[in-house]
Design a protein around this ligand. Structure first.
Ligand code: MLT
Length: 209
């Protein structure tokens, strides 16, 4: 199989001692550097694989195309979902982390691509942190997420993500048998230090045996 590792601009920060890899997906207009400090501050020291979205919207990086705010180009979303899955498989070989557990962490557009990846490839991530997410689409079949820990940090004051679409995501993840934790933040769409604190508390409370 052709290596897909050069298919995404990315950053890999190694910590061989850790059994985890945080896989980071920035929001619209971010890049592979945007969430690194947040991940380092909120998760115990782990390997980090951080991607840059390939789609451009007025010069801003995204993980999939949208027609307008909240209206997604579904063909592109499905195409990028597969493309990122193949990239991660290739990164596992390249950076030798086949045996490590992957923790997905994404903000806004980055959270939405994680959800799409989870719907198609539920095994790939051991857990997921979705910051200001929404339901990107309604899957046609029920998916078994097998008690996978998922943290949602959303805000009722979010200026970009309608609460109804976050609630739809919550209902769906519940019906797909995930181990869901939800916190409602005061901040709106922006991330604050409260997000760091919530992620840290959630991750440390998980039982990784
Ligand atoms: C999306 O396009 O994925 C959502 O509208 C969130 C965002 O604006 O990034």
């Amino acid at each position: 199989m052709k290596s897909e590792i050069n298919n995404y601009i990315h950053k890999f920060i190694q910590n061989e001692k850790s059994n985890f890899v945080a896989v980071l997906f920035h929001g619209t207009g971010g890049d592979e550097n945007s969430l690194v400090n947040l991940a380092m501050a909120s998760l115990p020291k782990m390997n980090i694989l951080s991607l840059r979205g390939k789609v451009k919207e007025n010069g801003m990086n995204r993980f999939f195309r949208r027609v307008e705010e909240g209206i997604f180009d579904m063909n592109d979303l499905f195409f990028r979902t597969d493309e990122i899955y193949n990239f991660i498989k290739s990164a596992k070989e390249t950076y030798s982390f086949n045996d490590k557990r992957l923790i997905a962490l994404g903000y806004s557009n980055g959270a939405n691509i994680i959800t799409s990846i989870l719907f198609k490839y539920p095994q790939i991530f051991a857990a997921a942190i979705l910051l200001r997410p929404m339901l990107p689409f309604q899957p046609t079949e029920k998916i078994n997420l097998n008690n996978k820990p998922i943290l949602i940090l959303s805000s009722p004051y979010d200026e970009i993500i309608p609460t109804t679409l976050t609630l739809k995501l919550i209902n769906m993840l519940n019906s797909f048998n995930s181990y869901l934790t939800i916190q409602w933040m005061e901040s709106g769409h922006a991330l604050t230090y409260q997000d760091v604190k919530e992620i840290r508390a959630w991750f440390n409370a998980l039982d990784w045996e």
